[in-house]
Design a protein around this ligand. Structure first.
Ligand code: ADP
Ligand code: F6P
Length: 457
């Protein structure tokens, strides 16, 4: 372990890089996209897991950030990560879009692993340091850390939704989870509704009466507030201006059939993302003749995610079956209606796709924020393109100029896609310009600054 001490420490389930057979690669997901530039700028340390079970890895430097690996055994991964984090808490916090599974052994492992993360952070934080804990995998860490190190300033940010009280109440050992979060000085959420749910829960379970956005707990004040997360706008704009990326974008369009309208989906393969609903709507639009395979094509890039969890395996099967059906029914030789890539792509490739896409389809059933929607807007310096966006994402609150849809209602999804396809180009430019102005003014640096300023106070 590191003998150095740090005045700013990030604690998250994953490090920004994963260990793979090809060396270190960027970890998947929005948390890393958002936090990486912040940690780099702050010259702090990052406590997290290397993404695979196994040996102890020594602390190392990556892109100006000191990475402090926490070791997880195969059994920890099975119980803490795939079990309690991603089969219990993840589906429940996403309002039960899949049925949460409850197991005692998973809860035990969750507590043990949370303790390991808290101990690691307690060891490396300097006297009076700021420690910023992230996401649903580590709900118990703030209280554990406070117990070990009362001198620290502790912030927690939840990247996913926080459920309504009635849903949270289903969780076994729900009070422990709540007390875990109350160990922080500041608990940040994506949306004000989530902060409200948290305060209501504190009243219901512990009788804490909120005063505005604060409660008194254990002789301290805990603040709960929304801080909608964002992206590194500068990074995306730089990539979008890069001539290699632009050339790649033109090549993609040529390959996909010249003047065919390009619709795009980019997600982790996760049942919260509404990928199935989107593909089904596309199939129906082909079927009723609103879209023809000659004139349009859908590209769906789906990063493999949590593939040992049964619900994710089943989702993969359903998506691949539906893509096969649509391509078989509506395709032609050399002209498939849906190009489905079960792959992770580089940032450059993603931005080339964003630049090539006439319509970006972001249709989650529930999503804390959704950074893909923001990345698409940031990439479109040409002020072209349209965003079809689920109203159940945090991003929808900030982007009223997107074509907003209810992904549970296939008719509404189809209406939104058709409206975006038929929209007047001048209207699309006006919408894109307003969305871009909002994103430019609310980038990830502002998000972090506002959170850390509030925590500092
Ligand atoms: P989540 O955090 O649930 O994965 P977000 O939309 O907030 O969802 O963030 C996803 C992040 O992962 C974005 O920065 C996006 O660019 C990246 N990403 C999504 N799909 C892929 C992919 N197929 N290949 C590479 N990166 C991806
Ligand atoms: O908040 C979304 C999130 O769960 C992050 O915590 C995580 O980094 C990302 O999605 C990817 O998930 P995983 O780490 O399970 O691959």
């Amino acid at each position: 372990m590191d003998s150095r001490r740090y005045s700013f420490v990030v604690v998250a389930n994953r490090l920004p890089v994963d260990r793979t057979d090809d060396g270190w690669t960027r970890s998947p997901g929005g948390l890393v996209s958002a936090l990486e530039p912040i940690a780099r700028g702050a010259h702090g340390a990052w406590v997290g897991w290397i993404g695979v079970p196994g040996d102890d890895v020594e602390p190392f430097e990556h892109d100006g950030v000191r990475l402090l690996p926490v070791q997880l055994s195969a059994e920890d991964v099975d119980r803490y990560y795939e079990g309690q984090s991603n089969s219990t808490i993840w589906p429940l916090f996403h309002h039960g879009v899949e049925t949460p599974v409850h197991r005692r052994a998973w809860r035990v492992a969750y507590e043990e692993v949370n303790r390991r993360f808290a101990d690691a952070a307690a060891r490396v934080a300097a006297e009076g340091a700021t420690v910023w804990v992230h996401d649903y995998q580590l709900l118990l860490v703030p209280a554990m850390l406070r117990e070990a190190r009362p001198d620290l300033r502790i912030g927690f940010f939840l990247h996913i939704p926080f459920p309504p009280v009635e849903l949270f109440m289903q969780l076994p050992r729900r009070v422990d989870l709540l007390r875990g979060l109350l160990g922080a000085d500041l608990v940040g959420f994506q949306q004000s509704l989530a902060a409200h749910n948290f305060l209501q829960l504190s009243a219901r379970l512990l009788g804490l009466q909120p005063e505005g956005e604060q409660v008194r707990y254990d002789g301290r004040t805990v603040t709960a507030r929304a801080f909608p997360i964002s992206i590194d706008v500068g990074e995306i704009e730089k990539l979008a201006a890069d001539h290699t990326v632009r050339a790649e974008s033109r090549r993609l369009r040529r390959e996909l059939g010249g003047d065919r309208t390009l619709l795009l989906g980019v997600d982790r393969l996760d049942y919260t993302k509404g990928i199935e609903q989107r593909i089904e709507a596309y199939g129906e639009l082909l079927d009723d003749g609103t879209i023809s395979n000659r004139e349009a094509v859908l590209v769906q890039v789906a990063t493999p995610s949590r593939m040992r969890v049964a619900q994710y395996q089943q989702l993969r099967e359903r998506v691949e079956r539906e893509v096969g059906r649509i391509n078989g029914e509506f395709g032609d030789v050399g002209k498939a209606p849906v190009h489905y890539l079960f792959q992770s792509r580089t940032r450059e490739e993603l931005v080339a796709l964003y630049l090539a896409a006439d319509l970006m389809l972001v249709t989650p059933l529930r999503d804390g924020m959704n950074l893909v929607a923001k990345e698409y807007v940031a990439a479109r310096s040409d002020e072209r393109g349209a965003l079809v966006l689920s109203e159940f994402t945090g991003a929808a609150e900030e982007l009223p100029d997107a074509f907003q849809v209810n992904p549970y209602d296939t008719d509404d999804l189809e209406r939104g896609i058709a409206a975006a396809l038929r929209a007047d180009p001048a209207d699309l430019t006006a919408r894109m310009r307003r969305m871009r102005a909002h994103i430019a003014d609310h980038d990830v640096n502002r998000w972090a600054q506002e959170f850390l300023d509030a925590l500092g106070r």
